[in-house]
Design a protein around this ligand. Sequence first.
Ligand code: HXC
Length: 515
Amino acid sequence: MSIKQKTLDLKKRMQNALQGGGAKAIEKQVAMGKMTARERIISLLDPNSFHEYDLFVEHAAKDFDMDKKHLPGDGVITGTGTIHGYPVCIYAQDFTVAGGSLGLMHARKIGKIMDHAMNLKIPIIGINDSGGARIQEGVNSLAGYGEIFYRNTQASGVIPQISVILGPCAGGAVYSPALTDFVFVVDKISKMFITGPEVIRSVLGEEISMEALGGARVHSEITGNAHFFSESETECFQKIKKLVSYIPWSNKHKAVAFPKKAPKTRQYKIDNIIPTDPREPYDVRDVIRSISDDSDFFEVQELFAANMVIGFGRMNGQTVGFVANQPLVLAGVLDVDSSDKAARFIRYCDAFNIPLVTLVDLPGYLPGIDQEHAGVIRHGAKILYSYSEATVPKVTVILRKAYGGGYIAMCSRHLKADFVFAWPTAEIAVMGPEGAANIIFRSEIMNSPNPEETRQKKVDEYKKKFANPYVAAAHGYIDAVIEPGETRKFLLHALEISAEKSEQGPYKKHGIPPF
Ligand code: HXC
């Protein structure tokens, strides 16, 4: 064959492979409101940046007539490209080819692109749309999953790992996304569960739809398995692009700096956010927006454990991770879910050199039988562990209440915050004035001629003594009491002078966090 003929032959082979599962299967995919795997990659990456590899990989399975089946690309598309010019490795399972099921060669393609990402120290993005282990390939497909999980674990904390669930992700397949850093889901399209409705019906006799069992809302609001919820695939890709702009390529890099921008102070007036009555709630995200560059805040897990707010913003062009109690929800208490949420995010920021800014306003850990029995001791400990372990710059601002364990847990000086500032509205004490007065003056209150009047007097006495930042300031536990309007100035300075912070903990193979 001449070069021309060979080139034509190549083109023909490529054309065949690029058809995926064929017109009928693509039609079905589109009818479900889904893009095809290749369309997804093209929509997410910068125009013309996608380079595909392993297009001609074939499965070698023989059982159940598999030797008669041609599965283009073995049901997964892999390659490299860029997002905002940043390099990424990517794979997308092709549901039109044997339901995107994972056979050995399919898994090997994923493993190979993950290895590239690790060798090149760039993010890996996995788009999941699959019926799970390819049943005909038996233990080989299980082996394939195991090899992916191993790579996910090795890559954890080294390169960013992003999972996008755009179809079914069932059985053991869920554990690759669960091992990655961020999981994106889309309403009515994403479905994740270990055992599906059929198994639940036959084993437990319970009826439930796929959507109610493991749809996008369930994982965004209830389980916390998902970090970003979108209404459509297009919106989801916009969010992935935004996330990529905040995070570094690997743990050896810092996030790319953006041009500095002042907050929109006309819209977010920091002096007016906290209500005069300390019992009244407010939206802590307004405080974040009043101090972040361009008032931008990219919230993570917005719909889960909303009593804790986490997300990315920028200060003088540099990415920071915000962790803040949300007085709007449950008064911002720490509980099982909010502790998990914050702890994981703190560890993410620490692993990827992103400074932490913590905003404190909480009455403490949530009391209750449910919480105790759900393991609030173990889960609550995660936040102590992750702040104590973190060596990135840590700056804390106490806005209002900082009581009890909550004061310690929210990146206090005692967990080695680099700088702790407090607003004049801060109240730092072992517990709230009402509770404290009832305990320490109980007999005095009970034995007085007018217990209610005495109780109020003792509450006021306690408030006067402890419900302020000055006792903590007198001990040097906070570095400065600042006016709200000075917050950005203090934060910028603290972050600037901490930029080259380098801290080495004691030698250990690894710690034993309270998982
Ligand atoms: C092989 C599969 C497959 C699988 C789907 N297909 N799942 N082939 N192995 N696991 C094939 C179908 O046979 C069909 O092929 C095509 O993909 C499309 O599937 P449909 O069923 O027609 O699509 P749909 O109606 O949209 O239903 C999607 C689905 C369903 C809900 C995902 O296919 C399903 O329930 N699949 C099985 C899910 C499952 O139990 N997986 C194994 C989990 S165990 P044709 O040729 O007809 O087009 C597991 C263990 C891993 O994953 C453990 C790791 C630790």
